[in-house]
Design a protein around this ligand. Sequence first.
Ligand code: FAD
Length: 143
Amino acid sequence: MDLVQLIYVSRLSPECDAESLKKILDSSRKNNRKLGITGILCRDKRFFLQCLEGAREPVNKLYATIMADERHKDVIILKYQELVRREFGAWSMAFVSSKKVDKILALQYSSTTKLDPYSMPGQAAHDFLVDVARTWQGNLEEV
Ligand code: FAD
């Protein structure tokens, strides 16, 4: 299987509230299990930072669906790479709110404690998500 990993950032639409987020996670977990896709979604007041991993075709198709979703905008790929093994294989879609990301971790990847994935290199966005998953392992299914 040709495993790939895609990381993107987007800005929340004004109407993307807690109820929308719940629907997004419900759809994600239902669909991703069927598609063999795993990953993590980090939500801030301002942005979504998501990693999708799985076979090339379903990941590319899902990204096209997500891009067209009106609950967010300014969707930009930060990193796309082939994988030897999954990094978020335990989660159909792990979720973490940026509120849980402590300032020390944020500062490691950012010039200030306020994370801005739009100004992060793709590798930094990747390493940040891996660090978040490591920190919050076992506690990532919560909304
Ligand atoms: P359903 O699961 O049947 O839809 C569930 C509910 O969501 C319904 O109530 C429906 O009205 C509502 N809904 C669906 N699409 C929209 C929309 N565009 N605007 C408003 N309400 C809507 N989907 C995944 O499958 N996997 C992912 O990892 C994933 N990640 C996402 C990350 C972000 C930041 C966003 C914004 C969306 C993500 N989505 C993801 C959702 C994706 O864009 C599609 O909405 C979803 O895949 C449609 O699934 P479905 O056809 O099974 O719809």
